[in-house]
Design a protein around this ligand. Structure first.
Ligand SMILES: *Cc1c(COP(=O)(O)O)cnc(C)c1O
Length: 406
């Protein structure tokens, strides 16, 4: 459909089509977007918004980044998919650049974040049997309460969110939940059959929950002491969002397996990866794991460009500087409704008091002022704009919050 045909469909009509034909597994804000550029998106009526969600941090580089777009168009006209039955001339370069940037030994390319998580679980289990010597089918993975790692059956099986799990069982065994941020509980949960500890460095979906200082370091120590793999899910926190390439750097920790996705393509294409620091990935042999689209040349070309602009345009440093500035201005808002402002880099949350009328209403008020943000749970608003945000734009965001929360 061309632009004119799209424009002739009203927002209401497009919303009706979604309601009529679509599964109702989302409750989006009432805005129908048609265009994006940088930090901004436009709805079908021509209204402009500053995007403070960035597709859950998949658009860290800003919407439709011209260099990623150029790489995608060029590659799409040349070769898109070969499957891994044949080699392609992008995959090796993607591996090399990704491993050099993240200091990893090996990478495994997948598509969605959930697939990267599933892949890491498979690697950890196989490692437990073949290297650690855990008895057949006894491997355990320790996870945290309030985790979010995706939506597959295995993953929702170890979620502690009733909405994510209820009605989807039976679930895979072999997962043990421990309270997030509690190092003693983590130590108690690790046993002789533990293959891995899987954590988010900061819990994004739970509402930007930052664990106590030292927690990740202690988790790293415990994993080393007990010969357990530390898997950090950096699908949301990674690739500059918190002001470092990976959030683990804030605590000087290195995971054995690191999961990235989302911004790995700058929002153009689903690309995820498992990164490994050691021999763990070596347990996978031909035929034991795979994906038709994983590592395809289009994905690799897009991801290479997405990583390149992240570094070349200093988006990571910008996230640290502008994130500090935005957090400080949000924290200075004098509004009794605000319970807490927290964050790291440009991963920020404003939490309201439970009797403050709910985060959804605040998001709707922000929308009418040209700012798109999404509530997470009932009382928290996440602020995660693209990492190219300017100081003026950060100040403008804080002004809108001040006006709406007053
Ligand atoms: C988004 C996300 C996932 C899942 O990614 P999908 O691409 O939606 O499958 C996993 N872990 C974390 C921390 C995420 O934020």
């Amino acid at each position: 459909m061309n632009d004119i045909a799209i424009a002739s469909l009203t927002a209401g009509r497009l919303t009706d089509l979604e309601a009529t034909y679509g599964a109702k597994n989302y409750k989006p804000l009432d805005v129908v977007l048609t265009r994006g550029q940088g930090v901004h998106v436009w709805d079908v009526d021509g209204n402009r918004y500053l995007d403070c969600l960035s597709a859950y941090s998949a658009v860290n580089q800003g919407h439709c980044h011209p260099k990623i777009l150029a790489a995608m168009v060029e590659q799409a006209g040349r070769l898109t998919l070969t499957s891994r039955a044949f080699r392609n001339d992008q995959l090796g370069l993607f591996y090399q650049e990704l491993c050099a940037l993240t200091g990893s030994h090996k990478a495994l390319p997948m598509n969605s974040g959930a697939e990267a998580v599933e892949s890491a679980i498979k690697v950890a289990r196989k490692w437990a049997y073949e290297v650690k010597g855990v008895a057949k089918d006894q491997a355990e993975i320790v996870v945290a309460s309030d985790n979010f790692h995706g939506r597959t059956v295995a993953i929702v099986g170890f979620s502690t969110d009733p909405a994510s799990r209820a009605g989807f069982g039976p679930f895979a065994p072999g997962f043990r939940v421990t309270p997030y941020g509690d190092a003693e509980a983590l130590e108690a949960a690790i046993g002789p059959n533990t293959a891995a500890v899987l954590l988010e460095p900061i819990q994004g979906e739970a509402g930007v929950i930052i664990p106590p200082a030292g927690y990740l370091k202690r988790a790293r120590q415990l994993c080393t002491e007990h010969n357990v793999l530390l898997i950090l899910d950096e699908i949301q926190t990674g690739l500059g969002r918190t002001g470092k390439l990976l959030a683990e750097e804030h605590e000087g920790v290195e995971a054995d397996l690191t999961l990235i996705g989302k911004a790995l393509s700058g929002g153009f294409y689903p690309v995820s990866a498992v990164l490994s620091n050691n021999e763990a990935m070596g347990v996978l042999h031909p035929g034991e794991h795979g994906s038709t689209f994983g590592g395809n040349p289009l994905a690799c070309a897009v991801a290479r460009a997405a990583l390149k602009v992240l570094v070349e345009e200093d988006m990571i440093g910008n996230a640290a500087r502008i994130g500090d500035r935005l957090q400080a201005s949000l924290a200075s808002i004098q509004a009794p409704r605000v319970k807490d402002v927290r964050g790291r880099g440009l991963m920020i949350a404003v939490e309201l008091h439970p009797d403050a009328g709910g985060a959804r209403r605040v998001c709707e008020a922000l929308q009418s002022r040209g700012l798109l943000a999404k509530e997470t749970h009932d009382h928290t608003i996440r602020i995660a704009p693209p990492l190219i945000l300017t100081a003026d734009q950060a100040d403008w965001i804080a002004e809108q919050f001040a006006a709406v929360l007053a």
